[in-house]
Design a protein around this ligand. Structure first.
Ligand code: ADP
Ligand code: MG
Length: 248
């Protein structure tokens, strides 16, 4: 296994969508090993569709998807997960009637040699002490922030090499958003490769090493966060952020 391969995830000329509607057009992206790629774009730009394509939930009509250099484009979802991809879905999708502990136990782990660092219940509780205090509690009774921690913890239980996060800040308080940003930075520093899909540009720009901008299913910018924030045209045209309001 080429564990020192520098690109953790690559999309190469990906065209994909639903039935007869083509959503993603010729999308090329890459997430470097142990880094965060922020994928930004307005509602309906195709960010979630991109995650579905990577996870094998929708088929590609053209292009390729590679994890550490190996194509996963033709594999079913279970196989993609076994190869070390884990998803924190938009809207969290935790099992609200199951306890916190049960939510963390239902995960199918990635298979060696495709697994990343090994995660366990103890390690998740170490990262999220609040979950540890609520292991026996039904997940549906948790606060929004705690549910997001559970969704992240559940994905980590798969011991992934690459984590796909779909709008983890959605519906959270500024304080919880800062906490999510801190966790993402910590996971990256521990060696995880992360695709962070966000409408919250400020969060993504604060934590991402590189950013890509999706508009109408096409990549209209790829570069560093600084390159993006230094371009008032891009900031305004695709993110609706004016220079004065963007805090830069
Ligand atoms: N299951 C689906 N079937 C058909 N069209 C869909 C489906 N899900 C999303 N779309 C369409 O794909 C486009 C991109 O949606 P999505 O990937 O959810 O965008 P984003 O996550 O950036 O908000 C939208 O036009 C949306 O209506
Ligand atoms: Mg979405």
């Amino acid at each position: 296994m080429a564990t020192n391969y520098t690109l953790a995830l690559e999309l190469v000329g990906v065209t994909a969508g639903y039935d007869r509607s083509e959503i993603l057009r010729d999308v090329s992206l890459s997430v470097r090993s142990s880094s965060v790629l922020g994928l930004l774009g307005r509602n309906g730009a195709g960010k979630t569709t991109c995650i579905r394509a990577i996870a094998g939930m929708i088929r590609l009509s053209r292009g390729d998807i590679r994890i550490f250099g190996e194509s996963v484009a033709a594999l079913p979802v279970e196989e993609v997960i076994r190869r070390g991809i884990a998803v924190v879905p938009q809207g969290r999708r935790i099992f609200s009637l199951l306890t916190v502990k049960e939510n963390l136990a239902v995960v199918q782990p990635a298979c060696p040699p495709y697994a990343g660092q090994q995660w366990s219940l103890a390690r998740v509780v170490d990262l999220f002490p609040r979950l540890g205090e609520r292991l026996g509690q039904r997940a549906g009774t948790l606060s929004g922030g705690e549910q997001q921690m559970l969704a992240i913890g559940r994905a980590l239980m798969a011991s992934p090499r690459v984590l796909l996060m779909d709008e983890p800040s959605e519906g959270l308080s500024p304080q919880m958003i800062a906490e999510v940003a801190r966790i993402i930075g910590q996971l990256r520093d521990n060696g995880l490769s992360i695709l962070l899909v966000e409408q919250n540009s400020r969060l993504a720009l604060s934590v991402a090493d590189n950013v890509a901008l999706l508009s109408n299913g096409e990549v209209v910018f790829a570069g560093t966060a600084v390159q993006l924030t230094d371009d008032p045209h891009l900031m305004e045209a695709y993110l609706g952020l004016h220079a004065a309001a963007s805090g830069t």
